[in-house]
Ligand binder design. Structure first.
Ligand code: ATP
Ligand code: MG
Length: 689
C-alpha cells in the first residue's frame, strides 16, 4: 500500500485518462482520494493551475488546501480548490462580460435580498419577503426565468411571487448584482451559449475533482458537464446514503446520470472504513440498511469492536445538556483523548445549541458553534463590507443605502427617499442619480450638498483603493479610512455597553488585518517568519470577499469542543461524538405534521432523507458515540412529552452494539445536577436585593 492508500483507493488515484466515480460509504477515504489525486496529477505533469477540486463548503475547501499543501508543498496553492459558488464567481469575473455583466459585479447577501424583495413587493413584512425569497430561489436553482414561472404559475400565490421575481430580476441587472443562485446559473448560461468561452475553459481544465458529489443539484451538474467537456477528465466521489440536501434541490439523479452521460465511466467502490469502531459502524449500517438501496455497499472496519453506542435519556433540554457535558468531562479525564477538539455535540437544528453553550460555559469548557452566526453577519462587519462593496460597484444600491447612513453623515431618511424617487424616475442607480445635473431641481440644496460630499468620499476612496497594493499599504489605507469615517466613535455612540463596543471594535480591527493580509507582499506569520505572497490591489481583494460567508475559513484549528448541526458536520470526524435531541419530531423532523399535508410518497422520501441525516451523524464518530433523547421537550412555549426517535430503535441490534446508560450512574448524575441547580438558586437568591 503506497502512501497510506489501499488498492481500491490507488486505482481511483491512478485512473487519469477518463471519468471516474468513487461510490462508497462514510469514512472510507473518499476525500483522501481527492487530495492524493491532486498530487498524483501534478506528478504526472499536469500544471497545478489546470486542476480544480470542488468541495461543499468554504471550510472543507480550506481543510483540503491545508492537506494538499502538506502532501504536495507549494504547488498546492495554484490548484483551484473551492466551492461550486466560488468557481462560479471566477468564471463570471473572467468572462461575465459575454453576458453583459461588468467585472465588478456585487454579490448580494440574504439581508440585501430580503430588503430588495420587500421593496419590490411593497411590504414591510420580513417573513413574507423571506417566503418569496425561498420560492424564487427554488425556481432560479431549477434554471427558470420569471416569464416561465409566470406562465406556469398554479395559483395566485405563485403568480404574485413570479411578478415580484420579474421586478427582482430587473433590480439585480440595474444594480449590477447577482445572488447566490446566479453564481451557478449564470456561469452555466455563459458556457452553454458562448462556444468560444466554453472551449477555452475546457482546454484550461485538465482535471476536475468533486467531493460530496451526491449533494450537487441539477444546475451544478450541467455546469460540471460543460466544464469538463468531451474529454471528461473528471473524478467524482460521493455516497448516496449521505445525500442530505434534497430540500435544496440536490438530486440523486446526478449519480444515476453519470454512467449514462459518460459511458466510459470507471466506478470504484471502497469498502474499508478507516474512521469508526465496529460497534459504531454496525449501528450506522443497521439504520441506513432500512432505506431502499440505490447502490448496494458493504462497509467494514478493523479498528476493533469498541464501546457499544450509549443511549441516554434526559428529563428536558437543560438536563440533556448537562449530561452531554458531564460525559465529555469524564471521557476527557478517563480516555487518551485529552484535547477539547476531540469532542463534538451534534443536533438537528441551529436553535438547539443554546443549552449546550450554557452548560459548557458553566463547566468552563471552550467551544465553538459551527454553522451559527457568522462573523460576516455581525453588524459592524456588514457596515464595512457595504462600504467596500460600493467601492467595487458604485451601482450597488443596497450597499449605497447602508454606507451613506453608517456612520451618520447628515443624509436623512427623507433625502434618501427623494433620491430614490429621482433615481427610479430616470432609471439610474442611486450613485448615478447623485451626480445627475437635474438633481438640484428635485432636492433642497443642502441635501444635494451632503449627497455630493458622500459621492466624492466614495470616488476618492475608490481611487486610492485601486492604487493600494500589498499588505502594508492596505493596512495604512484601512486605518486612515476608519479614521475618516470615525467608525470607532460611531460604535461608542451607538452601543451603550462599553465592553460590547470594544468587542465590536476588535472585530473591525480583526477584519481589516485580514483584508490587508489578502493584499499580499511580505507577510509575517504568527511564528515570525516572512513569506512573500502574490501582491494584489485592495480593490481586487475586496471583489472576492463578498463570497466568504464565514470566518471559519481562516480559523486556526482551535482546541475547542464543536457544537454543530448535522448538516454542517458532513465530511468531518471526531473521536467522541454526542448526538442530541434524537426524538420523534426533531429527528426525524416534524414528520407527523408533514404527513397531514403531503402525499404518502413525499412523506416516505422525507423519512429517508432524515434517516440519511442520522447515518451522517452516527458515522462522524471515531471511538465513542452517545445518542440522547428528551423525555419532555419544548414545543414553542409548551413542554410536551418526548418520544425517542425511531432511529434509536433501528440501530439497537443487540447489547454489544447499543446500550442504555447505566441507571446508577444516571441517578448519581441527576443528584449532582440537582445539587448544582439548587446551589445556583441559592446564590441567585443571595444576590437579589
Ligand atoms: P465521508 O463520507 O464522511 O466524507 P470519506 O469517505 O471522505 O468520509 P475520509 O474523510 O477521506 O473519508 O477518511 C476517513 C478517515 O480515514 C480519515 O481520517 C482518513 O485520513 C482515514 N483514511 C482514509 N483512507 C485511509 C487509508 N488507506 N489508510 C489509513 N487511513 C485512511
Ligand atoms: Mg469526505
Amino acid at each position: 500500500m503506497s502512501a497510506g492508500l489501499n488498492l481500491a483507493q490507488l486505482e481511483a488515484v491512478n485512473h487519469l485518462g477518463g471519468p471516474c466515480l468513487v461510490l462508497a460509504g462514510a469514512g472510507s477515504g473518499k476525500t483522501r482520494v481527492i487530495t492524493h489525486k491532486i498530487g498524483r496529477l501534478i506528478n504526472a505533469g499536469l500544471a497545478a493551475d489546470r486542476i480544480a477540486a470542488i468541495t461543499f463548503t468554504n471550510k472543507a475547501a480550506a481543510e483540503m488546501r491545508e492537506r494538499a499543501k502538506q502532501l504536495i508543498g507549494r504547488d498546492a496553492r495554484k490548484v483551484l480548490i473551492c466551492t461550486f459558488h466560488a468557481l462560479g464567481v471566477k468564471l463570471l469575473r473572467e468572462d461575465g462580460a459575454s453576458l453583459g455583466l461588468k467585472k465588478n459585479f456585487s454579490i448580494l447577501d440574504t439581508d440585501d435580498i430580503t430588503s430588495i424583495l420587500k421593496d419590490c413587493g411593497g411590504t414591510t413584512d420580513a417573513n413574507t419577503a423571506r417566503a418569496w425569497q425561498w420560492t424564487i430561489s427554488g425556481w432560479k436553482s431549477g434554471g427558470l426565468h420569471s416569464s416561465q414561472c409566470l406562465a406556469q404559475a398554479k395559483d395566485d400565490e405563485e403568480r404574485v411571487a413570479a411578478t415580484i421575481m420579474a421586478r427582482y430580476e430587473e433590480r439585480l441587472t440595474a444594480y449590477q448584482s447577482v445572488d447566490f443562485d446566479d453564481l451557478i446559473s449564470l456561469p452555466l448560461k455563459l458556457l452553454r451559449d458562448h462556444a468560444e468561452v466554453r472551449e477555452r475553459w475546457q482546454q484550461k481544465m485538465g482535471h476536475v475533482l468533486v467531493d460530496e458529489y451526491q449533494d450537487t443539484n441539477a444546475t451544478q451538474y450541467d455546469l460540471l458537464k460543460l466544464l469538463v467537456g468531451d474529454r471528461a477528465r473528471l473524478t467524482a466521489v460521493g455516497d448516496d446514503d449521505q445525500s442530505i440536501y434534497g430540500w435544496r434541490g440536490a438530486t440523486l439523479d446526478n449519480l444515476k446520470k453519470l454512467p449514462q452521460d459518460f459511458p466510459e465511466l470507471k466506478i470504484i467502490k471502497l469498502e474499508q472504513n478507516y474512521r469508526s469502531t465496529s460497534a459504531i459502524l454496525r449501528a450506522a449500517n443497521a439504520v441506513i440498511g432500512l432505506n431502499p438501496k440505490l447502490f448496494p455497499k458493504t462497509l467494514w472496519s478493523d479498528l476493533g469492536e469498541g464501546e457499544p453506542v450509549r443511549v441516554v435519556d434526559a428529563d428536558n433540554e437543560d438536563h440533556e445538556a448537562d449530561r452531554a457535558v458531564a460525559r465529555i468531562q469524564s471521557l476527557q479525564a478517563e480516555s487518551q483523548y485529552k484535547e477539547w477538539r476531540h469532542f463534538a455535540i451534534l443536533y438537528r437544528a441551529n436553535h438547539m445549541a443554546r443549552p449546550f453553550e450554557q452548560s459548557l460555559r458553566r463547566a468552563q469548557i471552550p467551544y465553538k458553534v459551527s454553522g451559527g452566526q457568522s462573523f460576516f453577519d455581525k453588524a459592524e462587519i456588514r457596515d464595512l463590507c457595504a462600504w467596500l462593496r460600493i467601492l467595487v460597484n458604485n451601482n450597488d444600491d443596497p450597499a449605497f443605502m447602508r454606507a451613506a447612513t453608517t456612520p451618520k453623515r447628515g443624509i436623512g431618511h427623507t433625502t434618501l427617499q427623494q433620491l430614490g424617487n429621482f433615481a427610479t424616475q430616470y432609471k439610474l442607480s442611486l450613485f448615478e442619480a447623485l451626480f445627475s445635473h437635474s438633481l438640484a431641481a428635485a432636492l433642497p440644496a443642502r441635501a444635494v450638498a451632503t449627497l455630493h460630499e458622500f459621492g466624492r468620499a466614495v470616488n476618492d476612496l475608490e481611487y486610492r483603493a485601486r492604487h493600494t497594493v500589498g499588505h502594508e499599504d492596505a493596512k495604512k489605507f484601512l486605518d486612515e479610512w476608519l479614521k475618516d469615517i470615525a467608525y470607532e466613535q460611531h460604535l461608542n455612540d451607538t452601543e451603550d455597553n462599553e465592553k460590547i463596543a470594544a468587542a465590536r471594535w476588535a472585530n473591525v480591527i480583526d477584519f481589516c488585518d485580514w483584508v490587508a493580509g489578502r493584499c499580499g507582499g511580505q507577510i509575517e506569520d504568527g511564528a515570525g517568519v516572512n513569506t512573500e505572497r502574490e501582491r494584489k490591489t485592495l480593490l481586487e481583494v475586496v471583489q472576492t470577499i463578498a463570497l466568504i460567508s464565514t470566518l471559519s475559513e481562516r480559523e486556526k484549528d482551535e482546541d475547542v469542543v464543536t457544537l454543530s448541526t448535522l448538516h454542517a458536520s458532513k465530511g468531518l470526524e471526531w473521536p467522541h461524538v454526542v448526538l442530541v435531541g434524537v426524538n420523534e419530531g426533531l429527528l426525524p423532523f416534524k414528520l407527523e405534521e408533514a404527513s397531514m399535508d403531503l402525499p404518502a410518497e413525499a412523506v416516505a422520501q422525507r423519512l429517508e432523507e432524515e434517516r440519511r441525516l442520522m447515518y451522517v451523524g452516527i458515522t462522524r464518530a471515531q471511538r465513542t458515540l452517545a445518542v440522547s433523547w428528551l423525555k419532555r421537550r419544548k414545543k414553542g412555549r409548551e413542554s410536551v412529552p418526548g418520544i425517542p426517535s425511531r432511529f434509536i430503535k433501528e440501530m439497537a441490534l443487540d447489547e454489544n452494539t447499543v446500550k442504555e446508560d447505566p441507571r446508577e450512574k444516571l441517578r448519581a448524575l441527576r443528584a449532582e445536577f440537582a445539587q448544582r441547580a439548587s446551589d445556583q438558586a441559592a446564590i441567585k437568591a443571595a444576590e437579589t436585593p
